[in-house]
Design a protein around this ligand. Structure first.
Ligand code: NDP
Length: 399
């Protein structure tokens, strides 16, 4: 008997709505709310087995959110709007007594910083309120952090090296498109790279470090080191880690477009004045690029995301690889969206199931790796993201 509200009706919100509805024995009352109500109505109309209530809400406005929460009385809020709304939604959850879960850390509109400090600062208030806030429960962050926790719990006494490897081996047959919100995606990729090494953060130029990595079921793909938010919480919660890096694959064509977009100023987050109106170039660019939610129909191939780990167990060095492959077509057949939205929405729903069933909990603000990984990984496989593991494989762990 859990009442759940989903905020955000984009690609990820679509998947969460489908998945929550598939778990109607746990989520007995479901509401989907977003800035544009017609998008919520369209998603609700696709879902036949249960009735999903819909509502309009501006999630930048705490009072509007509180009013909505007070009328619907949710137990859990799944925030799959944009990272800019994290703090207002957390604030409203505190005011209305609602547990909170998201998939991306807070970012102010005017600076792309990727740090948990703003949200970690809410820990004491959630603790005093007796509420749980779960941060970063998508795939990365999310499943990758839980894979690491699983490895630490079962296979290592100490983790020393962690490489999170994210490959989209799919093809959407568009000249250029991003797989999730273009504004958030381009902000992430065009920032400087950063990785953790022996207690320090080493900064790199964007896409400066890259190498071909092999992905199961896909093959070799050029992979680029970039900073990703889960590195911050993982090195905090697993202090034996000496080096932590994040790699993502990009095609040559994608990077060429990105270079042009940057060189002509369209990736900028600084507002400019255009004919008397203030516009942010990257927001304008989002308006003309393909909508990631609509890439699914012609998307072929798979994503492959996982963790490659080196450390010690019983005094011996060991390597370990844990990963999931997800087919874009299978995701589309089930939910009408592509694999990147699917691999985010399924873990978000699974995290909410963990809270609803009391398998995760506690008062305060938590990153997902702080919870027991076992019930989550069992459930996430059942919900559509099976995972695989391999030991003592030849992993590219250069010095
Ligand atoms: P979309 O842009 O497709 O969807 C965002 C939704 O949020 C839209 O429906 C939008 O409304 C709504 N929204 C935006 N601003 C507001 C507001 N002020 N009030 C109410 N609703 C608002 O994004 P995605 O679905 O691709 O991504 C959703 C989230 O998932 C993002 O935070 C993204 O960073 C995260 N993500 C996480 C991943 C992970 O693995 N951890 C991977 C991929 C994404 P409207 O339709 O009116 O624009």
């Amino acid at each position: 008997m859990t009442r759940v509200i989903i905020i955000g009706a984009g690609g990820v919100g679509t998947v969460v709505a489908h998945k929550v509805a598939q778990n109607a024995e746990t989520f007995t009352d479901i509401m989907l709310a977003s800035r544009t109500k017609s998008k919520c109505d369209a998603i609700a109309a696709q879902i036949q087995n249960v009735k999903i209530q819909t509502a309009q809400v501006d999630a930048d406005d705490v009072e509007q959110l509180v009013k909505l929460f007070e009328s619907f009385r949710p137990d859990i809020c799944i925030n799959v709007a944009l990272p800019y709304q994290d703090l207002t939604i957390m604030e409203a959850c505190l005011k209305a007594g609602v547990n909170y879960l998201d998939t991306a850390n807070y970012e102010p509109l005017d600076e792309a910083k990727y740090q948990y400090s703003w949200q970690w600062a809410y820990h004491d208030r959630f603790k005093e309120a007796g509420l749980t806030a779960v941060l970063g429960c998508g795939f990365d962050p999310g499943v990758t952090s839980i894979f690491t926790a699983y490895a630490a719990k079962h296979h290592f006494d100490e983790i020393h090296d962690l490489d999170i490897v994210d490959c989209n081996g799919g093809d959407h047959h568009k000249a250029f498109a991003t797989n999730f919100n273009p504004e958030i995606n381009i902000r992430e990729i065009t920032q400087k790279g950063k990785y953790y090494h022996k207690g320090e953060w080493i900064e790199t130029e964007p896409q400066e470090i890259h190498r071909p990595l092999h992905y199961p079921g896909i093959g070799v793909r050029e992979s680029y080191l970039l900073y990703h938010e889960e590195l911050e919480s993982l090195v905090k919660h697993f202090p034996t880690i000496r080096r932590a890096r994040f790699w993502m694959t990009f095609g040559e064509e994608y990077l060429k477009y990105l270079e042009v977009i940057q060189n002509i100023g369209m990736a900028s987050i600084e507002p400019i004045n255009y004919n008397g109106q203030e516009i942010v170039p990257i927001q304008f660019l989002k308006a003309v690029l393909p909508n990631p939610k609509e890439l699914g129909e012609n998307y072929t191939g798979e994503t492959s995301i996982g963790c490659r780990i080196r450390g010690v167990k019983d005094g011996k060095e060991r390597t370990y690889y844990i990963w999931n492959n997800c087919s874009h077509q299978a995701a589309y057949r089930e939910t009408g969206t592509q694999g990147v939205s699917y691999t985010t929405g399924v873990p978000a729903t699974t995290g909410a199931l963990m809270l609803a069933k009391g398998l995760w909990g506690g008062a305060g603000v938590f990153n997902v790796e702080q919870f027991d990984p076992d019930p989550f990984l069992e459930e996430v496989a059942r919900q559509g993201l099976p995972w695989h593991e391999s030991f003592d494989i030849d992993i590219e762990f250069e010095k």
